[in-house]
Design a binder for this molecule. Structure first.
Ligand code: ATP
Ligand code: MG
Length: 373
């Protein structure tokens, strides 16, 4: 599948240009001929499942691994043969490497000292950085007096204080509990906007990528499936992988029965006829998959509650997953026994659905996509 490449950039507007970069381990391509650019001052995320090559790519940017082919250009300068400590980048890891025997202030000042910045100048930078990461006045604290989230902030402060052109972050929130992660992702985005440093952030958590990023690249098997804004990935997925990986989605398998302009009709084995948007080439008779978001489906206890004229199907309620405004119901569609997640109306109207009840559902074809299987 062709990957839309961002508009050609240059050192004037882009801090990072990856040019046809490859890395193989034996016959296995961990990073497979990747090319992309990261705009200066942006929050760029690389989102993909475990093993897709995210860390390998980031370590090549940092200089810990050399590419087999291609070039990495930072601020217009090729990094070929440039040692990690000579690159204008800094990396924050999932399992941060803070010095436990040093105070917070000493941890942050460590890199500055190695660059010859000492005394009052270093102190002022440390104070400023701690304020920016929401830990003002914590210079004297010991590392073991900090919570997980606070430690992560110190790790980020320690990297940012060196004023890198690029901050590379490898799943920095991965070790934190869910609640703290939710909080930190909002903070990290605010911090990035405030300091204006270009962030390249890797994660396998789609919610992190959607919330924080200006641009997200969805990576799979060493390649990018799609690069775009969070909204583009969510509302206009270009591949079945992206539709399945970004956000929740329901999927129906079947065969294309007919086509009308950009819409196609998929017939499932159980006989459901589903209209949806065609993505890529798709011809009558081809096996295909339709994706429909939980929130694009309307649900009611009777077909009369659904929009008039829309085709509707029936399903049996399996369970209601109550989660306030994100509540969903799991149902089993009657014809194919396809399991579906459907968002519940925010009014709470159907929050009392019970296992075994019959419901009816419908959706808008404009909010469903069909890809070749
Ligand atoms: N030194 C190595 N030797 C052989 N194979 C490697 C080596 N490093 C990584 N790989 C393989 O390359 C692939 C990509 O690894 P990488 O660490 O980049 O994945 P990742 O996307 O960061 O995954 P995760 O989300 O689990 O951190 C994996 O299949 C991994 O097993
Ligand atoms: Mg990794």
């Amino acid at each position: 599948m062709a990957v839309p490449t961002p508009a050609a950039g240059g050192p004037a507007t882009h801090d990072l240009d990856i040019q046809s970069v490859r890395k193989r381990y034996g016959a296995f391509a961990a990073v497979d001929d990747l090319s992309f650019s990261v705009r200066r001052g942006s929050f760029f995320s690389i989102l993909g499942p475990s093993g897709c090559g995210k860390t390998t790519l980031l370590r090549m940017v940092a200089g810990f691994i050399a590419p087999d082919a291609g070039d990495i250009v930072i601020k217009g300068a090729s990094m070929r043969g440039v040692a990690p400590n000579r690159r204008p980048v800094n990396m924050v890891f999932q399992h941060l490497a803070l010095f436990p025997m040093m105070s917070v202030g000493e941890n942050i000042a460590y890199g500055l000292e190695r660059r010859g910045i000492k005394g009052a100048a270093a102190k002022a930078k440390v104070t400023d950085m701690l304020r920016r990461v929401g830990l003002p006045g914590s210079e004297g604290k010991r590392i073991d007096q900090l919570s997980g989230g606070q430690k992560q902030r110190v790790a980020i402060a320690r990297s940012l204080v060196l004023e890198p052109a690029l901050l590379l972050l490898d799943e920095p929130l991965g070790a934190l509990d869910l609640k703290l992660r939710e909080h930190m992702k909002v903070e990290l985005k605010q911090l990035q906007a405030e300091v204006g440093t270009t962030f390249v952030y890797i994660t396998h958590d789609q919610s992190e990528a959607l919330v924080m990023s200006d641009q997200v690249a969805v990576m799979n098997h060493g390649r990018f499936e799609q690069l775009g804004t969070p909204q583009q990935l969510y509302y206009q997925p270009q591949t079945a992988f992206v539709a399945g990986f970004v956000g929740n989605n329901n999927r129906f398998e079947g065969t294309i029965e007919s086509r009308n302009g950009e819409q196609v009709l998929l017939r499932t084995a159980g006989g459901m006829a589903l209209w949806s948007q065609r993505v890529g080439t798709l011809d009558v008779g081809q096996p295909a998959t339709v994706f429909i978001r939980p929130e694009a489906i309307e649900i009611g206890r009777s077909p009369r509650e659904l929009p008039e004229g829309a085709p509707a199907w029936s399903a049996g309620v399996q369970s209601v997953l109550f989660d306030g405004g994100n509540s969903t119901v799991q149902v089993l569609e009657d014809r194919n026994q396809t399991p579906l997640h459907i968002a519940l109306p925010l009014t709470g109207r159907l929050a009392d659905l019970k296992h075994g009840e019959t419901v009816h559902f419908a959706y808008q074809p404009a909010q469903a996509w069909c890809f070749a299987a």
